[in-house]
Structures are given as structure tokens and as C-alpha cells.
Design a protein around this ligand. Structure first.
Ligand SMILES: Nc1ncnc2c1ncn2[C@@H]1O[C@H](COP(=O)(O)OP(=O)(O)OP(=O)(O)O)[C@@H](O)[C@H]1O
Length: 372
């Protein structure tokens, strides 16, 4: 079932917008991730879709039906929460069947659905256990089984893996993705973790400062970020943003040094810009003309992250291969390769250069939010 959000906004206090004008069409069977920093309104948006909180403005349609003002149980969807929301006094199968009993379903049908759902998440053996007798990952699977057993075509998940350790989280990511594909459900998944968003989703919505910053596939968002916020949110370590002041077409006064000079497009207007370069797209050399000093080296096994300070005091991050031979306090020369972005003074992406491809930018960003 497809889900259509049209100019959805939320104000908790009638004075400030927590979210403003969120519009998107989520396709049937799509894995759609909502990502952004803490407090940007991800849970608020999910809860509005679920019907747990009211929508201040805008329209929500599920499968073409206007559900903006309907109760949660009238919206034909299920939700999996961060804390799993299991009943501690009920065993696994009773937790999974709870919603079905509430819907007055026949017990033979309930048993079949519960057995199938537990089979799918690999918990058939543990069906008589209480939640306290399960590991975190197993509890998460009970919550998933409950969503599966309900047999709705839309499932909402709010940071479902945040209580799990890194290894289990990575395993559950692929399990959830596989289940979603197998069942063909539409899944809206909230996370603050850019890696989770990138690895799981068909498409990602990036939220920040009360508005949608960009909607796109993981590769669109990584290759063509709409603005400096999105560019820095995705990718580890973060993209470097180097401020450049372009004073006249004939004479460039750059806060960085002459190595960045040639990166600005030829026909750019006077003004302040940021050149964005991912740490893996910089080269580091021992050379006569040093322009930076190494201040810190993080050894990560397959690569090292070098933190250096440029002659103009700007900090810059560079990733190198595992055979890093540089040392603290080395004077080095840092050079840009030919993959980089240019953002205007507001952070909007206006230009990118990738290998031999140079291009102006199309504007993905929505209009900024107005005050109430
Ligand atoms: N019931 C509420 N009443 C008033 N303000 C609220 C309420 N719920 C959330 N907020 C505020 O709305 C903003 C967005 O909160 P929300 O929980 O949606 O963010 P989030 O992106 O999910 O954050 P996190 O990743 O930390 O869970 C926050 O500033 C929060 O303080």
C-alpha cells in the first residue's frame, strides 16, 4: 500500500513548527527510511502517520484513502517501537497473538498466524518463554513477529535496533530487510544512524531544522547531496568544508591556499562559498611545498584518518590506505583530487565535479520553513 504525505506539519504549542510541510509519496512495497539528528522530528512524523498524535496541517493518505483524522486502529498499519513494548507477564506466543485476539479472530486462525510469524523470525522453539528469559535480539524478533502476524501491509518502525549491540544490530538490519522483501510490505523506518539508513533503504528522507532536506536513493544522496548538511551527515569521516571567499573574477582571495584555487567553477559570482571534499578524495604527500601539519592520526586497521591543520588554520580530515607512513607533526602537502562539491554561503549545493564530469546543480531542497 502506498502512503502519501501532503504538506504535513506539526506544532505542539501553536507557536513553533516541529515539522513544516513534509511531502512525499511512499511507494507500495518500498523500504523508506526517515533519518536526521536527535530532535529533528523523526518520531513526531512517524507518530503522525501511525495516528498516535494529531496532524496540525496537511493530508495523509494510505492506499489512496484519506486517513488524516482516523484513529490508529482504523489505519491498517502496525508499529514496532524502540523498547519493543512487550507485555512482561505474557509468554512469546501470547505477546504475538495479543492484537489478533483483540480483533476477535478465530483461535485456529490465530494459532496458524502466530506459528508462521514465529517461524519466520526463527523463534518457534522459544514460544513459551517470557520476555525476561530472552536476549535483546530475541525480544526484538518477538516485536517483529507481532507486526508480521497482524498481516497489515504497512509497518512503521521507530529506532527498533537502538538497544542492541553493534554486531547484533548489523545482523538484524539484514534480517529486517529480508523479511520486508519476502512479505512485500511497505516499511517506514526511523533512525538517527546514517549507516543504517544507507544500508537498508530503497529511499531516504533527510530531516533537519524542521524541514525535509532531501529525498532520494542512498546513492543519489551520497553522490549528489542537496546541501552541506546532507553532505556532512552521510559518510565517515565527515566531508571537509573549506570556506572560500571569491572577491572578483580576476583575483581570487582564498581562505584556503592555492591548491584549492582551481576548484571553483570559472563563471562563479563574487561571494562566500564552501568547497566540500570527502576525506577519501584528498591526497597527502611529502613535498617541498608543505601546506599543512599533521595533528592526529587515528589508526583503524584497513585505513587511517589523518587530522591536519592547514597553513590558514583550517582543520582537514584525510583518509589514507593501511600503509600510512606519516607521523605526528609531519609537514605535508595536501592536494584535492577532482571529486568535490561547491556550496553557496547558505549551504546549498551549486556545483559538483566528479572525474571529468562537471555540472551545475538541480535544487532538491524544499523552501525554508516559514514562522507560524
Ligand atoms: N509531546 C510533545 N510535546 C512537546 N514537544 C514535543 C513533544 N514530543 C516531541 N517534542 C519536541 O519535538 C521535537 C522533535 O521530537 P522527536 O521526538 O520527534 O525527534 P526525533 O528526531 O525523533 O529525536 P530522537 O532521535 O532524539 O528520538 C523535539 O524538540 C521535542 O522536544
Amino acid at each position: 500500500m502506498g502512503i502519501e504525505l501532503s504538506n504535513i506539519s506539526k506544532s505542539y504549542d501553536n507557536q513553533n513548527w516541529t515539522l513544516k510541510d513534509v511531502s512525499v509519496q511512499i511507494r507500495s512495497g518500498e523500504f523508506f527510511t526517515i533519518v536526521g539528528p536527535s530532535g529533528c522530528g523523526k518520531s513526531t512524523l512517524l507518530r503522525m502517520i501511525a495516528g498516535l498524535i494529531s496532524i496540525s496541517n496537511g493530508t495523509l493518505k494510505i492506499d489512496g484513502r484519506d486517513v488524516t483524522n482516523l484513529q490508529p486502529q482504523e489505519r491498517a498499519l502496525t508499529m514496532v517501537f524502540q523498547n519493543y513494548a512487550l507485555f512482561p507477564f505474557l509468554d512469546v506466543k501470547a505477546n504475538v497473538s495479543f492484537g489478533l485476539k483483540a480483533r476477535k479472530m478465530q483461535s485456529a486462525q490465530i494459532n496458524e498466524r502466530v506459528a508462521n510469524a514465529l517461524e519466520l523470525v526463527g523463534l518457534s522453539e522459544l514460544k513459551d518463554r517470557k520476555p525476561r528469559e530472552l536476549s535483546g535480539g530475541q525480544r526484538q524478533r518477538v516485536a517483529l513477529a507481532r507486526a508480521i502476524a497482524s498481516d497489515t501491509k504497512v509497518c512503521l518502525m521507530d529506532e527498533p535496533l537502538s538497544n542492541l549491540d553493534a554486531q547484533l544490530r548489523s545482523k538484524m538490519r539484514s534480517e529486517i530487510r529480508e523479511l520486508q522483501q519476502k512479505l512485500g510490505i511497505t516499511l517506514i523506518y526511523v533512525t538517527h544512524d546514517q549507516v543504517e539508513a544507507m544500508t537498508m533503504a530503497d529511499r531516504i528522507m533527510v530531516l533537519h531544522a524542521h524541514t525535509v532536506q532531501q529525498i532520494g536513493t542512498p546513492s543519489e544522496i551520497y553522490q549528489h547531496p542537496a546541501n552541506a548538511f546532507v553532505a556532512q551527515f552521510f559518510g565517515t569521516p565527515r566531508m571537509n568544508l573549506l570556506s572560500v571567499h571569491y572577491a572578483s573574477k580576476n583575483q581570487r582571495h582564498l581562505k584556503f591556499d592555492s591548491y584549492i584555487d582551481y576548484l571553483l567553477p570559472r563563471d562563479i559570482e563574487d561571494g562566500d562559498y564552501f568547497v566540500g571534499i570527502r576525506p577519501g578524495e584528498l591526497e597527502i604527500h611529502t613535498a617541498d611545498k608543505a601546506n599543512a601539519v599533521i595533528k592526529n592520526i587515528e589508526y583503524l586497521g584497513t585505513q587511517s584518518i589523518i587530522h591536519a591543520v592547514l597553513d590558514n588554520d583550517m582543520e582537514i580530515r584525510i583518509t589514507t590506505s593501511k600503509n600510512n607512513t606519516f607521523c605526528l607533526n609531519d609537514h605535508v602537502q595536501i592536494r584535492a583530487t577532482n571529486t568535490y562539491f561547491v556550496f553557496d554561503s547558505t549551504g546549498k549545493a551549486i556545483f559538483f565535479n566528479k572525474g571529468d564530469v562537471q555540472n551545475g546543480y538541480t535544487d532538491h531542497k524544499q523552501e525554508p520553513a516559514n514562522a507560524l
